[in-house]
Design a protein around this ligand. Structure first.
Ligand code: AHR
Length: 366
């Protein structure tokens, strides 16, 4: 009976979602973490008998970064038993085959809902079709699935905008400091993840427009060790030739800092190399405050409450948005620039404030 209801619900949702959103980013709702109605949903729920709980399987990317820990904590807290959920969590250890297997296991077990943070953005159509045939709605969080729309809802980041913003900030910062030439080294995230694809494309677009040189761009897999070993090799190959390092997450930046310090390269606000990062986790913002990282572009990991909200709405047979974007501020170590203007991925000119990091900002970070 439960399965039949789920299948009917899936059919209703497919119809209502294609009718109301069509998946276009223009129609997507902008969401601010911590202010969603999801919070009230979670708070209002009371403990349930296990028979009443909504069963959810969550195939998480892995445990590669501070960001990932915050994401896992956010989902586990929001999809708790007290909030009416029975959550099965699988850490896929950054292994795509393991992630597909986890999803297939959830389907076999007949969970009510599946949550996926896709390691890579392609290769999903078949397994999503299997979930759809089994009548199990799939909610995608954080990274995007780009080769299938057989999921019910997605909530996450506009990664290309993060890369564009980083480039726009660098352009204004370099102009303010009288820096004429940019020779950048990029440490990318996990190859094939939408976070890596978007941030790489966004920054490259601004680099190309301004005639900057990207001397090299290699993956550090979103890990501190990866960032450190790529930077160690960059320091040898490009000694004295680079003045910008772009790390696609904070953990890579921590590794790059260690490698540059060991090689005697001065970076940050008082250095010869501008260090840019993404995520803006607490440890990252600490380094912004200390002047080690010049600018940090937030990727917001607090998607758990949105996830709970989406599932509760689906369970109540209500419409949900196909796409929800997290609100993500940009952080800087110096207060010389107060905002940046750039053309975002939707072709719209936007002006966004830059947050000058203080101890208070660090204290409030995830
Ligand atoms: O998908 C989000 C990215 O994945 C974060 O930037 C990174 O820290 C994480 O591992």
């Amino acid at each position: 009976m439960k399965k039949l209801l789920a299948m009917l619900m899936a059919c209703t949702m497919i119809f209502s979602l294609s009718a109301c959103s069509g998946g276009s980013s223009e129609q997507a709702e902008t969401a601010s973490a911590g202010t969603s109605s999801a919070e009230s949903t979670a708070d209002d729920s009371t403990s349930k008998d296990s028979g009443d709980l909504i069963t959810v399987g969550f195939a998480q990317v892995g445990h590669e970064s501070d960001w990932r820990t915050a994401s896992t904590n956010s989902v586990q807290a929001a999809l708790s038993k007290d909030n009416g959920f029975d959550l099965q969590f699988v850490d896929c250890d950054n292994d795509s085959a393991k992630q597909l297997e986890a999803v297939r296991n959830f389907i076999q077990q007949g969970v009510d809902y599946i949550v996926i943070d896709p390691i890579v953005s392609t290769g999903w159509d078949t397994v999503l079709g299997e979930a759809q045939n089994a009548g199990i709605p799939v909610i995608v969080i954080d990274r995007t699935i780009d080769d299938s729309d057989k999921y019910t809802a997605w909530v996450g980041s506009e990664f290309t905008n993060e890369g564009l913003a980083a480039g726009a900030w660098l352009k204004d910062y370099a102009a303010a400091k009288g820096i004429k030439e940019i020779n950048a080294l990029v440490i990318e995230g996990t190859t094939g993840s939408s976070a890596q694809i978007g941030r790489t494309a966004g920054f490259k677009k601004i680099a190309d427009e301004n005639g900057w040189k990207i001397l090299d761009s290699q993956t550090g897999n979103f890990t501190q060790d990866g960032g450190q070993s790529v930077m160690e090799s960059y320091c040898k190959s490009y000694q004295g030739k680079f003045n910008v390092v772009v790390c696609q997450n904070d953990n890579e930046a921590f590794g790059a800092e260690d490698a540059m310090s060991a090689a005697g390269v001065k970076f940050g606000t008082d250095g010869d190399v501008i260090l840019i990062s993404f995520d803006a986790c607490k440890a990252g913002l600490k380094d912004v405050l200390a002047g080690k990282i010049n600018a940090d572009f937030q990727c917001n990991p607090l998607q758990g409450p949105f996830c709970a909200d989406i599932i509760k709405n689906l369970a109540a047979d209500k419409d949900v948005e196909k796409k929800t974007y997290m609100v993500e501020p940009w952080y800087v170590s110096e207060d010389s620039l107060t905002n940046i203007t750039y053309t975002n991925n939707a072709g719209k000119s936007v002006t966004e404030d830059l947050i000058h990091v203080t101890q208070d900002v660090v204290d409030k970070a995830y």
